[in-house]
Structures are given as C-alpha cells and as structure tokens.
Design a binder for this molecule. Structure first.
Ligand code: ASP
Ligand code: MG
Length: 410
C-alpha cells in the first residue's frame, strides 16, 4: 500500500466527462489499496478566461482581487471531482487552498509556498477518505487568497506530496510522458521511461513544457518521485506507464544524451566594436538587468585595435527594450553599432551521461556541419550542450541530432 498524490491538469478535467474519467483512475488506485490525495487544475481555458475578465474590468486591477478571481477555476474542479468520486461510492471531500491550509507569501499571482499544514487532510486520508485539493491556490499570512503562477498546480501537487510524505506524485496530462524530443517535429522521438531531476529541470526550462520548472525543483529538493503519464490511456499510475522523474543513478548513464529540447522565440544581439576595457561587461549587462531583461548565452570575440564584439541572446519579447537600453547607454559602453536578429532557436542536448562520455560536443558539431548549419553561439555545462542556430533549421537539426545520438525509436 502506498500513499499517492494524483494531479490532473486542465485537459484532464476539461469537461464533465473527463472529470468522470479522471475519477475512474482515482477509484482504480483506491481499489488497489492505496491512500490517495488528488490535486486538480482548472478546466482547460478557464484560467485564461478569468484573467480576461480581470483585464477587461481594468488593465491595472488589484493583484489581491486578481487572485480572488483566477483561483476560482480550481475551486470548481475540486468540488466536481469530489462529487464524481462520491458518485463512484468513494469517501471524498474537496479542500480549497485556504482550507488545507497551503500557506504562501503574499506575492500575488506568483506566490511562493511557505508551508503546507496538511495534518487534518492526512488524518482523513488515513481514515480512507480521498482528499481533493484545488491546485494553483493558497493563502497568505494576512488571509488573502493567492495563486502560484501559470502552471502552478504541478507545484501544488508536489508540495502536497512532500507534506503528506507520499510515495509518489503522479501528474496526469495529455501526453504519455516526457519524450526524447518533440514528437510533433520528429516522429522517431520516444518516451523516456526514467529521467533524473537534473535532466528534467534542464528539459523543462529549455522548452519541454510538460512540467512546471518550479515543481521539478521542489521534487528534487525533497527527493519526491514524480511520474508524468497520460490521462487518456488505460493504465493507471501504479502500473508505472509514464516517465518517472527521480534521483539519478548509474543505469541512466548508458546514453550520453537523454533528450533534446529547443527554445524558439530567441533573439541574438551583437554589440559591434565595443571598447575592450575593464568594466565593459558590467556597463552592458548591468543596465539590461535593471531593465528586467534576462540574458541567456553570452559570447565575446577577441577583437583587434582594443575593440571586441559582444553577442548575447534574450527572449524575442525583450528585444525592443534591450535595444532601447543599449541606445541609452551608448556613451557609457562605447560601441560602433548594434546588430540584432530574432530568427534564432536554441537547441539543447541534455544528458547526465555527458559527465562520463567524451566527444559529445564533437558529434554535435560534426552533425550540424554535415547539414551545413551554422552555429552562432555555444553553451556548455555539466549535463547540457546548447547551440544557437537559425530558426529555419530547427527541424533539420533536431532530427539529425536525434539520429546521431542514437535516440531514434527502434
Ligand atoms: N489553472 C492554472 C493555469 O492555467 C494552474 C494550472 O493549471 O496549473 O495556469
Ligand atoms: Mg500544466
């Protein structure tokens, strides 16, 4: 017997039929003898709709009232899920964030979880009741309802699993796991049965959108096993049909690359002929940071005549702001001109196996050279190798690399 947290995302509870389907999964786990807590998202599209209402009342509405409104999507699904479970003859009860309570700080719309006081909920679960918690929401010290940021129900689920000392947190979604690369781009992509937290964190933050990054960070910190699995397949979580995210181990290091992610909507900015002197990087990146522009990759090329070129990448959305900042700072930085382009993509190879294999980078560069794809910037860390290339080569590069690293489905 295990204690499990089952989380159902927006598409898994997208309408009443789907809520009933999810309830059947919960029942199957209960009948197998497991103790179960459920965490639900709002029905697909509802959170967007609620945010829309807030914006149309006032573009500058109060953050407190924003959360009062957008947290209601989850309130509805928690109640409906509890009813669907009762309909199946189970003991079930819904819990709003404040009823648990799931305590947060008071940063409305991106609140951080401080503590989940789950004693009452746990007691009822131990007595055989299914506790259904509304995801995404909590309560701040002053009694205001808060929300955790988009996709926050994943984090609610992991936090509850940690508080309940659950054996596993199963995240039911519309895909059946985490894939070696985007299956919409490469039909040879395959499901990864087992991935480490570190690898998952890199996959999630570099474009594989299956799990909210924060939820993976929390799972890693507390060593909570998380499984990503499909709501629409027949198997349930305890059959382990999905992708299991856990601490790394040696068996995972068979492949040097576990997955390939990509981040579109990147922009590349080059400051041409920057004065090559101490403090110049600070003069460039200090003002950008103060303007809230997130910098990703940075490349500085050795120049001549006491000048150098500095290239960096940012999100395409920040490009105008970045250019504006650099124009304003022109006199402090001393550069000849700015050259910027937005049609670039970052392709990242991710794998714990890179630690113990040589030649990962060489294979990547040879593969791209073979396809005549030019590399604009390179990034390396212990388990990641990223390159910036022209966006039009995304598909070509992904497929070629997927083959080169032996990831193609057999
Ligand atoms: N309903 C929220 C959202 O759409 C939270 C979640 O689904 O995880 O962002
Ligand atoms: Mg989600």
């Amino acid at each position: 017997m295990s204690l499990l947290v089952l989380k159902f995302g927006g598409t898994s509870v997208g309408d009443v039929e789907r809520i009933k389907n999810a309830a059947a999964k919960v029942e199957a786990e209960v009948r197998r003898g497991h103790k179960v807590a459920v965490v639900v998202s709002a029905m697909a599209g509802v959170t967007d709709q609620l945010i829309g209402y807030c914006r149309s009342v006032s573009p500058h509405h109060s953050p407190r009232e924003h959360d009062a409104v957008v947290s209601t999507g989850e309130q509805i699904t928690a109640g409906l899920m509890a009813m669907a479970l009762q309909q199946r003859g189970l003991n079930a009860r819904s819990w709003q964030g404040w009823q648990v309570p799931l305590m947060t700080d008071s940063t409305h719309s991106k609140a951080r979880i401080m503590d989940v006081k789950a004693e009452s909920l746990l007691k009822r679960i131990q007595d055989g009741e299914v506790g259904v918690m509304a995801g995404f929401q909590g309560i701040a010290g002053d009694g205001s309802v808060t929300t955790l940021g988009r996709g926050g129900s994943d984090t609610s689920a992991v936090a509850l699993a940690v508080a309940l000392k659950a054996d596993r947190c199963d995240i039911y979604t519309d895909v059946d796991g985490v894939y070696t690369t985007d299956p919409r781009i490469d039909s040879k992509a395959s499901k990864i049965p087992h991935i480490s937290y570190e690898e998952m964190l890199e996959m999630a933050s570099r474009g594989a959108k299956v799990l909210q990054t924060r939820s993976v960070e929390m799972a890693m910190r507390y060593h909570m096993p998380v499984q990503v699995l499909s709501t629409f397949a027949n198997a349930v979580g305890s059959d382990l049909p999905g992708t299991l995210v856990t601490d790394g181990d040696d068996t995972m290091e068979e492949n040097m690359v576990t997955g390939i992610a990509y981040t579109r909507d990147q922009a590349k900015v080059t400051l041409v002929k920057v004065a090559d002197r101490p403090g110049v990087a600070a003069a460039v990146f200090g003002p950008l940071a103060r303007a809230g522009v997130n910098i990703d990759m940075i490349v500085q090329t050795a120049g001549d005549n006491n000048t150098t070129d500095i290239t960096f990448t940012i999100s395409k959305n920040d490009l105008d702001r970045a250019k504006q900042v650099l124009e304003t700072e022109r006199a402090n930085i001393h550069y000849d001109h700015i050259s910027a382009s937005s049609g670039v993509v970052k392709i990242s190879l991710i794998g714990g196996g890179m630690r113990s294999h040589a030649g990962v980078a060489a294979t990547m560069f040879e593969t791209l050279a073979d396809k005549k794809i030019n590399i604009h910037a390179i990034e390396t860390s212990e388990i990641v190798l990223g390159v910036l290339i022209a966006e039009e080569y995304t598909e070509l590069a992904l497929r070629a690399l997927h083959t080169a690293y032996g990831l193609d489905a057999k």
